[in-house]
Design a protein around this ligand. Sequence first.
Ligand SMILES: CCCCCCCC/C=C\CCCCCCCC(=O)N[C@@H](CO)[C@H](O)/C=C/CCCCCCCCCCCCC
Ligand SMILES: [Ca+2]
Ligand SMILES: [Zn+2]
Length: 262
Amino acid sequence: MPSIFSYQSAEVDWCEGNFEHSTVIAEYYNTVNGTTLFSLLLLTPLNFLVLEGAGRSFADTKLSLLLAGIFSMYFHMTLSYVGQLLDELSILWTLAVAYSFWYPRVYFPRCIKSRKHFFWLSGVTTVISTLMSFIKPAFNAYVLNCIAFHLLYLTWCELKKCNDKRVHRMAAAMVVWWVLAISSWISDRWLCGLWQAINFPYFHSFWHVLIAMSLLYCCPLVIYFDVNYEMPSFKPKLGYWPSDSWPVVVPYVALEEPHKQC
Ligand SMILES: CCCCCCCC/C=C\CCCCCCCC(=O)N[C@@H](CO)[C@H](O)/C=C/CCCCCCCCCCCCC
Ligand SMILES: [Ca+2]
Ligand SMILES: [Zn+2]
């Protein structure tokens, strides 16, 4: 019986052929583009600096994003059962951390009276989901992807209340990247025979880059809404570095000076 750490002991094997470019790395392009995912995920916490400047710390969110990137690379390198679980559980816990810290109070269920209570609710749900993850890891990835639909719904609710064109533009970019990402993920899962027939089984590696792009737009947006709710004396502003008109840009959120209270 193979060890849970051994190569190819995972329940899932992505469309890309194994060990075609290296004897150590099972899925070469998925791992390499996992590195891109990792690098882009490293860029997202730069947005948190503005909040740290305003006296809040987000070490947990940054750490969990970092771990998600590292475990994704380990999973594709080994295709081991442990790699698969680490990959999925790190995403689950990143989502749990993000929900605990960033979920706007106005959307709390009625029975939840404070962020501390919501924190406990997220914690208990995540621990139960973690235990259930061991039952059928291949199914977990579908459940994790469904959480994006809830994020889409929340974005929609927020956009209805917001007239700032920059916010609508950033949300549109986030959704476009996500649609491209999820299409790549699904097509790798469901149409692998077709991609192998045309010798192009690389859609999962595209997913890595595309979902990271979506998160790059998602982070400033989440912080924008959070500042509006939690720090009403500050005015958040969305922008693009180095400039709006460049073809390749890094989205960011900035805080304008607090309004003077007289
Ligand atoms: C201000 C901070 C807010 C941050 C909120 C964002 C929360 C980010 C949560 C998770 C990070 C995801 C990192 C992606 C790692 C992908 C690794 C991977 O590819 N794993 C696959 C196997 O290699 C696995 O099959 C994938 C499973 C599904 C992952 C689903 C992730 C959902 C992330 C939701 C992103 C929302 C983007 C906006 C949607 C409108
Ligand atoms: Ca494979
Ligand atoms: Zn992957």
